[in-house]
Design a binder for this molecule. Structure first.
Ligand SMILES: [Zn+2]
Length: 278
């Protein structure tokens, strides 16, 4: 089975002026009406939308049942879609949750501990409320640092401290971790597993192949951006190989550009690559 995991960040009213926020955040602020349309389309198309831990369990269970069966090679026979939110934006409770409830969807909300309670971000009461509504809370680290810049010890403490803090306050077992900046290296998965997680999410536009039951999964999340067209969005959901290839190509171009141009010039180029790439 090949299943997408959709990654969102902040969702704001359509009239929100993105010029008010840092340039690096702008591509990830989705218009409320666009988000509502995307969720409604998923519902109309009969997709079952769930958070990371539930996706892992349901997909693994389904793959196990299907093994050897005639639909073994079916792409996404149960129309499962993973839905996750990074950072802990306030809009996740105020704008996203009501829509998820309306359509009977669940999601994982990955929060960075240091951001809790800041302006525009959720607080502990919001997390308790999401929990009560059947949503999964996951860790997005203590300080939102890329694993790339962490020593082994720092990475371990980001993983363990954040899990303990979230478990102590929510009273729930925290099973899922989402890598801040989406970056992954060979240390992340084994350390996350050792730290007690069952799922770790990294950013890469790709489908997730659930061929068998596994105790620990790395999920690849595909970021949904403000400038994305509806056909690109629906192509991601349907698992269109061409759409994924294009997204990976754009991403590779961006990181190549990042390494050869000074940071000051990078934003200018980034704006153009992003506009033309999707
Ligand atoms: Zn993040």
């Amino acid at each position: 089975m090949k299943i997408p995991v959709l990654l969102y960040h902040d969702v704001r009213e359509d009239s929100f002026d993105t010029g008010r926020v840092a340039a690096k955040l702008r591509p990830y602020i989705i218009r409320e009406s666009v988000f509502a349309r995307q969720m409604e389309w998923l519902y109309d198309e009969g997709y079952k939308v769930v958070g990371a831990a539930r996706l892992r369990d349901q997909a693994a269970g389904a793959a196990y049942k299907l093994a050897g069966g005639r639909i073994r090679t079916a792409r996404n026979p149960y129309r499962l879609i993973g839905l996750v939110f990074d950072d802990g934006w306030k809009s996740n409770r105020t704008k996203v949750l009501p829509l998820l409830k309306k359509f009977g969807f669940t999601a994982t909300f990955f929060v960075t501990l240091e951001y809790l309670g800041r302006t525009g971000m959720m607080d502990w009461a919001d997390l308790s409320y999401l929990n009560l509504q059947g949503m999964e809370i996951g860790s997005h680290g203590m300080r939102h640092v890329s694993p790339r810049g962490c020593s082994d010890e720092e990475l371990k403490s980001e993983l363990i401290e954040s899990r303990h803090a979230l478990e102590a306050r929510t009273g729930q077992r925290i099973e899922s971790y989402s890598s801040p900046t989406g970056y992954s290296d060979e240390r992340l998965a084994p350390l996350a597993r050792e730290a007690g997680y069952r799922t770790v999410c990294v950013s890469r536009p790709a489908l997730n192949d659930f061929a068998r039951k596994e105790k620990f999964s790395v999920l690849q999340k595909t970021g949904i951006k403000r400038s994305m067209s509806f056909p690109t969005f629906s192509g991601i959901v349907r698992g269109d190989a061409g759409v994924y290839r294009k997204l990976r190509f754009t991403r590779a171009c961006r990181s190549a550009v990042k390494t050869i141009i000074r940071p000051a010039g990078y934003e200018w180029v980034q704006a153009r690559v992003m506009r033309s790439g999707r």
